[in-house]
Design a protein around this ligand. Structure first.
Ligand code: EPZ
Length: 423
């Protein structure tokens, strides 16, 4: 099993370039199933999850050209199969983002029920509620869900999301582009990745209005065409490297990140006394001066504080003066990293699965820890950057799913970090 070894090498200084967003490129790739023409996705990050999504598309019958670095050309000229490959779905929950496009393009999709994961049960009831509202019939048999539409195809409708689910908004948005009539998604997710997806779909000839607000309007069209589209930068990778500067008391210039996508992180770091400035060259994060202090964070759907930055931010809070309270409201089990941070001497107390008290002011000690999810893995590396003694992070396949060249980027800014393959 591969591991990451990290030692305290003092403050990090330098520049880091943010890659394309994992949580944008996955729905963008799924959307290419909506047309028989070629879609060109530029600025795609080199991630395990992207490889898995490519396998999903190939399984449905698409052809894929990746001869140009960072560019993925998908042509789903014919849909050869409506059955998702169970083994591939098992690898990545975001495979379900292909349900909406398949329903709209082929009128049917057979999807193994996606499992939960360490951070929660992650049901898909809101996705299915949307498909049902558009006229689909849903049959759950064995461990599969079969979604199909009659000869009249999908018909637009008003859909209220009980929770502003990112995935459900994306799936329904994609299905509605080819539905007859108008679809309104109420209480829609407002994440930047939704806007990026709507921009791609509108380039393909869809008629989507007010993506990024809590009410999205889609006028169905007959057919969609191919397009060329660049992926937005990854706001969670941006936040992760902002925290790398903060936790090591260093100074980093984060290039290609969009300040407008990380406002809660900028605000909270400033509350802790970190200097942050959005310059024309990139986001400058300088934690070399002054004593940093505690703050409280509460995760919320966008534009609130992002749940994906909760664990990396918690690692940072263990090192500042004073007590912080961290509340997780999006996922029901996203404190798995607390046990790992406490192995390093963080002294965190959790009051239930949604509230934790971080005493702060700790000098962490290196330890053998696990990456309990993608973002928690990054949090453990951040903690290892400032701990006394070496930290060994195992189960790092989580990290490689969602961060491009993770170890290489940290090495380039002075971190004492390496990946080892150990059986
Ligand atoms: C997306 O997951 C992201 N993944 C997650 O990033 C991110 O944490 C999450 O949005 C929230 O921002 C991708 O985009 C690939 P949700 P998604 O549907 O769409 C409940 C990472 O680390 N819910 O907004 O699955 C659900 O259980 C990953 O990059 C229902 O109850 O998130 C959760 O508690 C982790 N029923 C909450 O909503 C549904 O039908 C938020 O889930 C759907 C969701």
């Amino acid at each position: 099993m591969a591991k990451i070894l990290v030692n305290n090498n003092g403050p990090l200084f330098g520049e880091v370039k943010i890659s394309g967003a994992k949580n944008a490129v996955l729905p963008l790739l799924a959307a290419t199933l909506l047309t028989d023409e070629t879609c060109v996705i530029e600025g795609a990050p080199d991630l395990v999850d992207v490889e898995v999504m490519k396998k999903m598309l190939l399984n449905y019958g698409a052809s894929i050209d990746t001869s140009e670095e960072g560019v993925i050309k998908v042509t789903a000229e014919e849909i050869a199969s409506v059955e998702a490959d169970p083994e591939v779905v098992q690898e990545m929950r975001a495979s379900i983002f292909t349900m909406g496009p398949m329903l709209a393009r082929a009128g049917k999709v057979v999807m193994p029920m996606p499992g939960g994961c360490t951070i929660g049960k992650r049901p898909i009831d809101l996705h299915l509620k949307g498909f049902r509202a558009l006229g689909a019939e849903i049959v759950e048999e064995d461990d599969k869900v079969i979604v199909s539409v009659g000869p009249e195809g999908l018909v637009g409708d008003a859909i209220y999301l009980d929770f502003p689910s990112v995935g459900a908004t994306e799936n329904i948005l994609m299905a509605a582009t080819l539905a007859r009539g108008t679809t309104i998604i109420e209480n829609a997710a407002k994440e930047p990745e939704i806007i990026d997806l709507a921009n791609l779909l509108n380039k393909m000839g869809a008629r989507i209005k007010s993506a990024g607000t809590d009410m999205i309007r889609i006028e169905g069209v007959e057919k969609l065409t191919g397009c060329i589209h660049g992926v937005i930068p990854d706001r969670i990778e941006t936040g992760t490297f902002m925290l790398a500067a903060a936790i090591t008391r260093g100074r980093l210039l984060i290039k290609n990140g969009l300040p407008g996508h990380v406002r809660p992180i900028i605000s909270k770091l400033k509350e802790c006394g970190v200097f942050v400035d959005a310059t024309p060259e990139g986001i400058l994060v300088d934690a070399t001066e002054g004593e940093l202090v505690a703050t409280d964070i509460k995760t919320l759907p966008y534009p609130g504080f992002p749940t994906d930055i909760q664990s990396p931010f918690m690692a940072f809070l263990t090192t500042v003066k004073g007590e912080s309270v961290v509340r997780e409201t999006v996922f029901e089990n996203r404190f798995m990293h607390v046990v790992e941070l406490n192995r390093m001497g963080a002294g965190i107390t959790t009051w239930n699965s949604s509230e934790a008290t971080v005493p702060g002011g700790k000098k962490l000690r290196g330890a053998k820890v696990r990456a309990t999810d993608l973002r928690a893995g990054a949090a453990m590396v951040l903690a290892g950057l400032v701990a006394d003694g070496m930290t060994e992070v195992s189960e790092i396949y989580h990290i490689e799913r969602g961060y491009e060249n993770f170890v290489g980027k940290f090495k380039a800014i002075g971190a004492d970090i390496m990946k080892i393959d150990e059986d």
